[in-house]
Design a protein around this ligand. Structure first.
Ligand SMILES: [Zn+2]
Length: 381
């Protein structure tokens, strides 16, 4: 820690010089400090999206969300326990950019008799352009909070391999229907501004109690990463058009760069069923990420996943088979046949559960089942 005076209000305070930018606790001014020359420079493009919810509302939102996807909503409050809900205001570099992509590639086509001698491919090409406010974490450890490394959920059937995300579409998803009455103070979803539109010049007071995390990554790295993310993303979008890509090129126009503190809540919960399922269910904690602007669920894990249910089925069938074998051996051989049948089901369940283990799709749940089904469909096609 280092004692410095603020270049804006002259108040002195202790600062951690490992941070790339410093924030004055008195007047909220943001500035850089060069240790060698002692030069301080105010950084004006620093904003914050106010946190609008508290931990009580977060808990309600999570219960509401579980009820929505649970097959027996009435049991939710008895069986689900929120163990902790922590909020953070996390700094992101927001890169406003426009990306132009042109692509060319070969597409397989149905061969007619006359074409049997040709290669069976035709060349196709196209262009598309998109604008983003691309968010790149300005924390050194992007894994310090659960779920933040893969917040981007593109509409296209592609796997993301980057941690950045488009701010507008990310911060407007996963909201709980306002008719349930649990949503935050705002009346309707339609009239709402996108999160970006409600940003304020940075001031500690807008975090509404959340800890403000420091800025550790500089603009240059943020720009480099944003370029890489968008180029990769557009490469993958373009590739969907062709069977063999030949030439895919993306050019980026960077329109601006801002630093914005975004509100996030990380919730962990436990599922403890009151039925016999309890004896089969591991009670490890599951995670949910909620944005603190309107309380949209951005990323979540389901407590009881399909694979677990199949394992439970396997265990129950094995137990039944065991009892029936016992009965068959002391009473009537007909039981042996039934026992054998149960053993078959148990074996099949265990097999299905095992082959599903590798599939991440079943591990995480989000609101985007439909999208994921489409992806699977497209992959198969
Ligand atoms: Zn100050």
């Amino acid at each position: 820690m280092h004692e410095l005076t603020c270049p804006s209000c002259s108040a002195s305070a202790q600062y951690d010089l490992n941070s790339y930018l410093l924030m004055c606790p008195t007047c909220s001014a943001t500035f850089s400090f060069d240790l060698e020359s002692g030069r301080k420079e105010i950084f004006a493009e620093h904003f914050i999206i106010p946190n609008a919810i508290d931990s009580g509302q977060v808990r309600n939102l999570v219960l509401q969300w579980i009820k929505r996807i649970h097959h027996k909503p009435g049991t939710v409050e008895r069986e689900y326990f929120i163990t902790d809900a922590k909020g953070y205001s996390i700094p992101f570099w927001i890169v406003s950019l426009e990306a132009h992509t042109s692509w060319k590639g070969l597409v397989k086509r149905q061969k007619s008799a006359a074409e049997m001698l040709t290669t069976g491919y035709v060349t196709e090409s196209g262009v598309f352009r998109r604008s983003y406010r691309w968010a790149v974490s300005s924390r050194k450890n992007i894994c310090e909070h659960w779920g933040l490394t893969e917040l981007h959920e593109p509409k296209e059937a592609i796997n993301i391999e980057w941690d950045g995300f488009p701010l507008d579409s990310t911060f407007s998803r996963g909201r709980i229907d306002p008719t349930t009455g649990v949503k935050t103070s705002k009346e309707s979803l339609e009239g709402e501004l996108p999160a970006y539109g409600v940003r304020e010049y940075f001031d500690f007071k807008f975090s509404n109690g959340l800890p403000i995390l420091s800025v550790e990554i500089d603009e240059e790295e943020a720009l480099r990463r944003a370029r890489l993310h968008v180029e990769l993303y557009h490469f993958k979008i373009a590739k969907l058009n062709v069977d063999i890509p030949v030439d895919i090129r993306t050019e980026l126009d960077i329109a601006g760069l801002q630093l914005i503190h975004l509100p996030f809540w990380h919730i962990r919960y436990l599922y403890r069923p009151s039925s016999a399922l309890r004896h089969f269910q591991k009670t490890d904690k599951k995670n949910i990420i909620i944005e603190g602007y309107t309380g949209g669920v951005l990323k979540s894990e389901l407590a009881i996943i399909q694979r677990d249910k199949i394992w439970i089925n396997a265990a129950l069938c094995s137990a039944a088979a065991l009892i029936l074998f016992f009965l068959g051996s002391i009473w009537h051989p007909a039981f042996l046949l039934v026992a054998f049948f149960f053993l078959l089901i148990a074996g099949a369940s265990a097999y299905i559960a095992t082959i599903r283990r590798g599939s991440k799709e079943n591990e995480t749940s989000s609101f985007f089942y439909e999208r994921k089904e489409q992806e699977e469909h497209i992959e198969k096609v």
